[in-house]
Design a binder for this molecule. Structure first.
Ligand code: ZN
Length: 380
């Protein structure tokens, strides 16, 4: 799916370019080699998802969406870098038991969660290009475990429904989020090093990006050491979780971790400029199950500042918690997916505000950024 989507924006992104549905499908078939009936079906779907215009029988990108095609150009280079720098390894602590094959592991369960959110096998993922329709087999994957460890380690959350008081399940959701974040940082470092090889070393911002990610990776490595110790000794209480259960399936899933900078009373809880201290992560998991939506806010059991953060949250009303969770997702998380149905049901105004906030979020969200009511709501 993602193979076609950038190409459509590339073709339609040229000044004054417009194609009939059939012309567009024929061109895409030529470029991608995907069968024509499949292309036509996908194009129709993308037109509906992205609300492209059809004027006098010609498909056009509305003016405000032209910017997406420029972002796609950057994303093409990024795809090339990703391919060249392919980052994969098994992060399980018992490396001597690994099998050779490192698989594309799902950070959000494919069969249990993505399957339910998807439509015709696709889900919506928000990224720096806006909203992207992605095949669920490819969405939210990372290469951070060998086949043997991935299936053995995550069996209790892959095969068994979530039970609110199950410490092992809460631990595993958190462990996988941290692993995904480690691999994401490793990938960025490796891709940027590849970028320097291709484009030369004249970009201070790239060097800063590498340096920032190396510091982040170092912090995550220390956090994972603690989690590995818990895992090996089956001390799943090493992760504590505040659980929020919503009485409806909101068709949203998140697997992410971040460092909140301020608590809700305005006290700094993570000073990200202090490179000597290890920041305290909030590990954030959301998924639908049996008509409900489960929100897991997890933290390491000794991280008192995160305990206070979640304690302050439990003093909020249900509506306020919804607002905070809505903001935490868009301001702090990169790894979240929605159902195409939910995305299509949102107004253009709502989509615009959400993707704008996602792309331009303040580096250090303040308490008022987290409690502010927005014009979009993922939980209505
Ligand atoms: Zn392994």
């Amino acid at each position: 799916m993602s193979k076609l989507e950038p190409q459509i924006f590339n073709l339609l992104g040229e000044e004054d370019s417009s194609f009939s549905l059939e012309e567009l499908s024929a061109k895409l078939q030529e470029i991608t080699g995907v069968l024509s009936d499949k292309v036509l079906f996908r194009v129709k779907k993308l037109i509906s998802v992205h609300k492209l215009e059809i004027i006098n029988g010609k498909v056009k990108i509305p003016r405000q969406k032209k910017v997406i095609s420029r972002k796609i150009e950057f994303s093409k280079l990024s795809t090339k870098l990703k391919r060249k720098s392919d980052t994969r390894e098994c992060l399980h602590p018992n490396k001597d038991e690994c099998d050779k094959k490192i698989i594309k592991a799902h950070s959000i369960q494919n069969n249990k969660i993505l399957n339910k959110i998807s439509e015709d096998g696709d889900i919506i993922q928000i990224n720096n290009c806006g909203a992207e329709l992605v095949g669920r087999g490819k969405a939210t994957t990372f290469k951070g475990f060998c086949s043997k460890h991935d299936s053995a380690l995550f069996l209790p959350i892959e095969q068994i429904d979530f039970e609110p008081k199950n410490e092992e399940q809460c631990f595993l959701y958190a462990y996988r989020s941290i692993a995904k974040e480690i691999m994401a940082k490793k990938s960025v470092i490796s891709e940027m090093k590849e970028f320097i090889k291709i484009k030369g070393n004249n970009y201070p911002s790239i060097n800063n990006l590498i340096m920032g990610n190396e510091v982040g990776l170092n912090d995550l490595g220390k956090i994972k050491e603690k989690l590995d110790h818990c895992l090996i000794n089956s001390k799943f209480g090493g992760i504590k979780t505040k659980l929020v259960i919503l009485d409806r399936d909101y068709s949203v899933a998140v697997s992410s971790c971040f460092y909140p900078v301020y608590d809700f009373k305005g006290k700094m809880i993570n000073n990200l400029e202090d490179y000597k201290s290890i920041p305290q992560p909030m590990i954030f998991t959301i998924f639908p199950q049996n008509g409900k939506t489960y929100i897991l806010l997890s933290y390491l059991s000794n991280d008192s500042k995160m305990e206070e953060f979640t304690k302050q949250m439990s003093e909020f009303s249900d509506a306020e918690v919804n607002t905070v969770v809505n903001n935490l997702i868009v301001l702090y998380c990169e790894n979240f997916v929605l159902s195409p149905k939910k995305w299509s049901a949102m107004s253009e105004q709502e989509k615009k505000e959400m993707t704008k906030l996602f792309n331009e979020c303040p580096g250090l969200p303040l308490p008022q950024d987290l409690t502010k009511k927005r014009n979009f709501d993922l939980f209505i």
